[in-house]
Ligand binder design. Structure first.
Ligand code: NAD
Ligand code: UGA
Length: 458
């Protein structure tokens, strides 16, 4: 039996470890966090994150070979392998503020591991980190007077929220980076063995440490770049009566381009895309590559432009003022099937509409609490309403901001009747049947497609 510890019980630690534990009943897993409320929630019937299929895996493994705890020091001492999945946000202060990674939680963890270790260990970077962070980790860990040896591996996580269970069960690949020393390679092999409990060997790839660290940042940058590319084209479509879904379909059939991640939207959100691209930009600047930095920064700039374009279009379409108008925002989560609202475009749209003095009502099937939290003081000016019918009642406009399948099932005739006329619908996800909504009476504004409005004929 191997004692496996994961430090950080957030979205990554909390959703990956139960799945690993379910495939490795021969090993013992502990997930620790300094956040007591979070650990209590992992131990309860209401998990702190909404992730389809996760409840069942947690129920199957918890208190058998999976345990949650706040006693970080004790479990460090007992562990053979330690995954570190603490948060690595963007720095908000000092050098590199607004771009560089804030590694304070990371470094604290390294020191805590050192302080509490009485045996040699494998330490695995699961958090997303700037390339060459493992070097700093190694220096801290191996500068000990205890004659202990620590092998540091990079094993970035590629799961997406909302599909975490599926992604972990059946990943496209698992990447493990390690030192090319004898002990480094032995550590890599130990981790390969762990994953080989359920993942075919050919999908477990190994590389040097720096390639592994960098591959994670680059994977997110490429994914986000595709969204910004199609969103840039959506703006051109709106000027030319081309339809962005038709363009995406036509180009996506080319195998070299591929069909995924070409859904035009109000913009990408989530805790990682923006953060990881900005970390990449900062690294490029630090290594004296300003042209490369500017190239990638444009992906974030285009995303901000898309969010801004969406709300400007709302205001312009509603006769250049939304002051005092009730506007129902459908969806607060940054994507469907998660309760995560970090960097959600819905919150940005909400902030801009509040600046315009609109009366904002937000609804979401799972993410209202997090939206309230993330909006901070502004939340006091927002009405939160779990029922979409009530949210839309008396509204001048609806904006679809999360692609929840529930929103495709609503009775839009009933909703239309309850709204102020002319009634507007802005579909920031191209989720609904726009022709049908137009026939019901709505003035419909999709992304990257011609608007369907009754206003010209009035
Ligand atoms: P999160 O904020 O949800 O969770 C991080 C947890 O670490 C928090 O609960 C925090 O309390 C805990 N923590 C911080 N310092 C600690 C310490 N010293 N000891 C114990 N616990 C500590 O973050 P997340 O979304 O799980 O992301 C974690 C990392 O994984 C980030 O680097 C992120 O970029 C990366 N990542 C995230 C996703 C995702 O889908 N969210 C996917 C792939 C990679
Ligand atoms: C993303 C990556 O997909 C994961 O591989 C990675 O592990 C993770 O970031 C991370 O490092 O945190 P995630 O942010 O959870 O996963 O979700 P995505 O499915 O990538 O969606 C991100 C955002 O892009 C969402 O707001 C989504 O609505 C938007 N999106 C996605 C589009 O607007 N269009 C698309 O075609 C696809």
């Amino acid at each position: 039996m191997t004692n496996i510890l994961c430090i950080g019980a957030g979205y990554v630690g909390g959703s990956t470890m139960p799945i690993v534990a379910s495939h490795c009943p021969q090993h013992r897993f502990v997930v620790v966090d300094i956040n007591e409320a979070r650990i209590a929630a992992w131990q309860s019937d209401k998990l702190p994150i909404y992730e389809p299929g996760l409840d069942e895996v947690v129920r199957k493994t918890r208190d058998k070979n999976l345990f949650f705890s706040t006693d970080v020091d004790k479990h460090i001492a007992e562990a053979d392998i330690i995954f570190v999945s603490v948060n690595t946000p963007t720095k908000t202060f000092g050098q590199g503020a607004g771009k560089a990674a804030d590694l304070q939680y990371w470094e604290k963890t390294a020191r805590q591991i050192l302080e509490n270790s009485t045996s040699s260990k494998i330490v695995v970077e699961k958090s997303t980190l700037p390339v060459r962070t493992a070097e700093a980790m190694e220096r801290i860990l191996n500068s000990n007077g205890k004659s202990l040896h620590f092998d540091v591996l990079s094993n970035p996580e590629f799961l997406a929220e909302g599909t975490a269970v599926r992604d972990m069960e059946n990943p496209d690949r698992v990447l493990i980076g390690g030192r090319e020393t004898e002990s480094g390679q032995k550590a890599v092999e130990a981790l390969v063995e762990l994953y080989a409990n359920w993942i075919p060997r050919e999908r477990i790839i190994t590389s040097n440490l720096w390639s592994s660290e960098l591959s994670k940042l680059v994977a997110n940058a490429f994914l986000a770049q595709r969204i910004s590319s199609i969103n840039a084209i959506s703006a051109l479509c709106e000027k030319t009566e081309a339809d962005v879904s038709e363009v995406a379909h036509a180009i996506g059939l080319d195998n070299r381009i591929g069909k995924y991640f070409l859904r035009a939207s109000v913009g990408f959100g989530g805790s990682c895309f923006k953060k990881d691209i900005l970390h990449l930009v900062y690294l490029c600047e630090q290594y004296g590559l300003p042209e490369v930095a500017t190239y990638w920064e444009q992906v974030v700039t285009m995303n901000e432009y898309q969010e801004m374009r969406f709300t400007s279009n709302m205001v312009a379409s509603m006769f250049n003022t939304v002051a005092g108008k009730r506007i129902a925002l459908f969806g607060t989560a940054f994507k469907a099937n998660t309760n995560d609202t970090r960097e959600s475009p819905a919150l940005e749209v909400c902030r801009t509409l509040l600046e315009e003095h609109a009366e904002v009502v937000m609804t979401d099937p799972h993410a209202i609490e997090n939206a309230r939290y993330d909006l901070g003081e502004l939340a006091q000016r927002v009405i939160f309403e779990p029922d979409p019918y009530t949210a839309a009642k008396g509204a001048h406009a609806i904006a679809i901001l999360t692609e929840w399948s529930q929103y495709t099932q609503l009775d839009y005739e009933k909703i239309y009747v309850s709204m102020v006329k002319p009634a507007f619908l802005f579909d920031g996800r191209n989720l609904l049947d726009h022709r049908k909504l137009y026939e019901v009476g709505f003035n419909v504004y999709p992304i990257g497609k011609p608007a369907l409005t009754h206003l010209h004929s009035q």
